[in-house]
Write a protein that binds this ligand. Structure first.
Ligand SMILES: [Zn+2]
Length: 106
């Protein structure tokens, strides 16, 4: 398997989500950061050829019904639009997209 800069960037981006969630940022700022992170993951995934993505919720009481119902479901490149149109998590959504890279790594 060829390790590209894009793949390293993508994996690093995923790793950032594992950091401590405590932050002095306000809810709108945290919401924007999560949205930006999802978009960043999507763009980097496109660069390495990923076209399918699983939705991952936090599986906590903070998740809205849509996020819980779609946990693990596979979406196409429009996953961000689907989440932003249907998710009602409050004060913000902490779900993330998981690019499906298995086919690309063979
Ligand atoms: Zn939600």
């Amino acid at each position: 398997m060829l390790i590209t800069h894009e793949l390293v960037d993508l994996l690093s981006s995923e790793g950032l989500k594992l950091r401590d969630t405590k932050s002095p940022l306000s809810d709108p700022a945290i919401s924007a950061r999560h949205r930006l992170s999802r978009r960043d993951t999507l763009q980097k995934s496109f660069k390495v050829g990923a076209r399918e993505f699983k939705w991952r919720s936090t599986q906590t009481p903070d998740d809205c019904a849509w996020c819980l119902q779609n946990e693990g479901k596979t979406f196409g490149p429009d996953i961000i639009e689907q989440v932003e149109r249907q998710c009602t998590c409050a004060p913000y959504c902490r779900g993330y997209i998981e690019p499906q890279l298995d086919d690309l790594l063979r």
